[in-house]
Design a protein around this ligand. Structure first.
Ligand code: SAM
Length: 197
């Protein structure tokens, strides 16, 4: 099969994919959104027919859209606290037309993790402890929120059954419960694949 059919230009390069977004969102891509190659590798690990994957803090939806395109038999859902980013994720999803991808506008603490099987986590809370990495000023950030969100996700992940898969990108090991075993890593270990024992 011709490579463009399996992997059309949109899903080959970040510069091409980011054309789905307006300029001010594109400018945030390098620092805040998952690169296409990372999304492909993470999606490969998390996808399974009928499985429901959650992106914890989905931004403009890059991970879910790339992984969802390549794995139509898996459901990818993202939750995002910033309305503007959620709206751009929805617009991009419509553009690509992916029935297995959805986004929720809200705080991840409102979610029931029982509704999802596997998880993707791109260090979503970092801007709470590193002001220089703030996306914008539309939400409150603080050390307390970093702690609160990290503890919430830790507990939710710890309560999941054996066999749950998790991918962390630029995460810290302290955010992952010891019940998860590191099974693979790449990109100089910034991308890590975990399996719940
Ligand atoms: C580093 S970005 C990653 C975006 C996306 N996962 C990707 O890989 O392209 C982290 C996102 O998490 C969102 N976020 C942080 N804390 C959140 C919370 N408590 N509830 C929902 N979204 C949150 C931020 O607004 C930001 O858009």
């Amino acid at each position: 099969m011709h490579n463009d059919i399996v992997n059309p230009p949109l899903f080959s390069k970040d510069a091409a994919f980011d054309l789905l977004y307006p300029d001010h969102i594109k400018e945030l891509s390098q620092m805040h959104w998952t690169p296409v190659n990372i999304a492909k590798e993470a999606g490969e690990f998390l996808a399974a027919p009928g499985a429901r994957v959650l992106d914890i803090g989905s931004g403009v939806g890059k991970f879910c859209i790339v992984a969802g395109f390549l794995h139509p038999e898996t459901t990818f859902c993202g939750i995002e606290q910033r309305r503007e980013l959620f709206t751009f994720a929805e617009i991009a999803k419509e553009e690509v037309s992916l029935p297995n991808v959805s986004f929720i506008h809200g705080n991840l603490t409102e979610l029931n993790f029982k509704d999802y099987d596997h998880f993707y986590f791109y260090n979503a809370f970092y801007e709470n402890i590193e002001p220089g990495s703030r996306i914008d000023y539309s939400v409150r950030t603080s050390f307390q929120l970093y702690d609160y969100y990290s503890r919430f996700v830790f507990k939710m992940l710890d309560e999941k059954p054996a066999g749950t898969r998790l991918v962390t990108f630029h995460g810290t090991e302290r955010q992952v419960p010891p019940s998860y075993q590191l099974v693979d890593n790449s990109y100089s270990s910034v991308l890590k694949m975990w399996l719940k024992k």
